[in-house]
Design a protein around this ligand. Structure first.
Ligand code: LHQ
Length: 259
């Protein structure tokens, strides 16, 4: 499929996707939503075992393209969220593959929410994050009201959301919003390298880890223990588990097939 607003390829088991509206800091328009979602949904069947997501140009994603909003009748924002943003966030969370994100520049509004949705987030040292919503009279959306207090705590969540100020990649890292800060010129290579590594790992287990940790917010300890028991039972019957144990005793690297 030829995409207009993203760059997309599959290589070494990794679906690489770059948001590609650099002159608008990769702000979202409906077409970019549809293309991004299509590429994500197609990834498992296309043979990908990990996803790498980044942005072209100097920004990662500036959220909703406000140019599409300034003229004409007042748009129904609920409809926009219901039709485009919420399905995107749900698609990433439901994807049975690890999604590695390289935040190469500014991540604003729903662009920051998009980054927070990913499983492992790298950021360039010069990248910034902001909850721009309040600056235009809106509430954080695309999951940010859910992610921020869980990742950073209520005080920081409210500060970020109510002030809409930029924070640095270092600050985002210190607050537990992201996994790692890299030098600007290295961030994409490092994140892609990690995605390539993950693509060689036990994919079924990675999907189970993702689902278990994402779902942990909604479980008490008893339920988490039961969940682990059930999932571990299923993973214990996989070829990758057998391979992992065999490789351990044969003192060699496991050759996981992803099943
Ligand atoms: C943009 C944008 C942009 C269009 C930069 N749109 N052109 C969901 C449901 C429905 C509706 C509402 O929203 C949502 C979710 C949301 O995401 S709401 C939040 C929307 N995003 C924002 O409010 C962020 C707006 N952008 C900014 O505050 C700044 O551009 C940031 C802080 C991201 C970057 O600042 P600078 O590095 O100084 O860059 P810049 O402002 O000069 O932007 C560069 C170009 O990109 C510029 O175009 P130009 O033609 O002048 O070079 C901007 O107009 C354009 N751009 N963000 N969201």
């Amino acid at each position: 499929m030829a995409y207009q607003t993203i760059r997309h390829s599959i290589e070494d088991g990794v679906a690489s996707i770059a948001l590609n509206r650099p002159d608008k800091l990769n702000a979202f328009v409906p077409e970019m939503h549809m293309e991004l979602r299509a590429a994500l949904e197609a990834a498992p069947a296309a043979g990908a075992r990990a996803v790498f997501l980044t942005g072209e140009g100097r920004g990662f994603c500036a959220g909703q393209d406000l140019g599409q909003r300034k003229d004409g009748p007042t748009p129904d924002l609920s409809e926009t969220l219901g039709k485009f943003y919420n399905p995107l966030i749900r698609t990433i969370r439901a994807l049975p593959l690890p999604v590695v994100c390289a935040v190469n520049g500014v991540a604003a509004g729903a662009g920051m929410s998009l980054a927070l949705t990913c499983d492992i987030v790298y950021a360039a040292r010069s990248a910034t994050f902001l909850q721009a919503f309040v600056k235009i009279g809106l509430v954080p959306d695309s999951g940010s009201t859910w992610f921020l207090p869980r990742l950073a705590g209520s005080a920081r969540a409210k500060g970020l959301a109510m002030l809409g100020e930029k924070i640095s990649a270092e600050q985002a890292h210190e607050w537990g919003l992201i996994w790692k800060v890299c030098e600007d010129e290295r961030v994409k290579d490092e994140a892609l390298g990690l995605a390539r590594h993950l693509a060689t790992q036990p994919t079924t287990a990675l999907a189970a880890i993702k689902a278990a940790i994402d779902g942990a917010w909604d479980r008490d300890l008893d339920k988490a223990l039961d969940h682990e028991r059930d999932v571990q039972g299923a993973l214990g019957r996989t070829a990758d588990y057998r391979e992992g144990v065999a490789a351990f005793f044969e003192k060699r690297k496991p050759a996981f097939k992803g099943n």
